[in-house]
Write a protein that binds this ligand. Sequence first.
Ligand SMILES: Nc1nc2c(ncn2[C@@H]2O[C@H](COP(=O)(O)OP(=O)(O)O)[C@@H](O)[C@H]2O)c(=O)[nH]1
Ligand SMILES: [Mg+2]
Length: 214
Amino acid sequence: MDEAELATLERRATKLFSGRVEFLLSAPQLKFLPEPDVPEIAFCGRSNVGKSTLLNALTGRKAIARASVTPGRTQELNFFEVGDPTLFRLVDMPGYGFAKAPVKVVERWKNLVKTYLRGRAVLARTLVLVDSRHGPKEVDREMMTMLDEAAVGYRVVLTKADKIKASELEKVVAATEAEARKHVAAYPEIHVTSAEKGMGIGALRAAVLADAGV
Ligand SMILES: Nc1nc2c(ncn2[C@@H]2O[C@H](COP(=O)(O)OP(=O)(O)O)[C@@H](O)[C@H]2O)c(=O)[nH]1
Ligand SMILES: [Mg+2]
């Protein structure tokens, strides 16, 4: 795609996201998933990485997805519809890697997340969010490997880029790109974002649109 096409896609994406975006439902178990009738884009990442905040930034809304006060509280899959009529859905996944949850609870959401990611026919793309301040951690690598094995294509998205210095960001970007290259299902190019500053949001909107095939 050349620059002019990309700019057009970005404009179309911004227009679409400024239109109808609605919370559909929260699924605490697989039986509550909505009908698989439109493409879905899933947002994964460690608890507190900025999933809900990024979802809000993409849709240009302050609080359509609830940014969590207590890390690890959201253990449901939250579905948001985009477009009128609905063209695709965004899915805010439960965060992984929080220390305080009981083993049983962790097992339950691991199963829910795995089963969804492996078996959801309409899953068009997954975004794996990684905190710019930390880079990919062991739990991120585990998630990426699981997605590789499930042959689910994903984009790695660095969040909170405003929180570190440009020189440090450069290093984290390089390390994250190196990690992405090790994973067969990962896009080689990563996204660098800051919901706070609006950095990388337009490009990610365009990518989501392209991934959803609309
Ligand atoms: N400075 C800054 N803070 C962010 C950014 N994105 C998220 N946060 C903060 O990080 C915390 C966790 O965000 P949240 O969206 O709830 O994470 P989630 O658990 O992955 O859904 C919140 O306090 C957010 O305000 C960002 O781009 N920049
Ligand atoms: Mg959240």
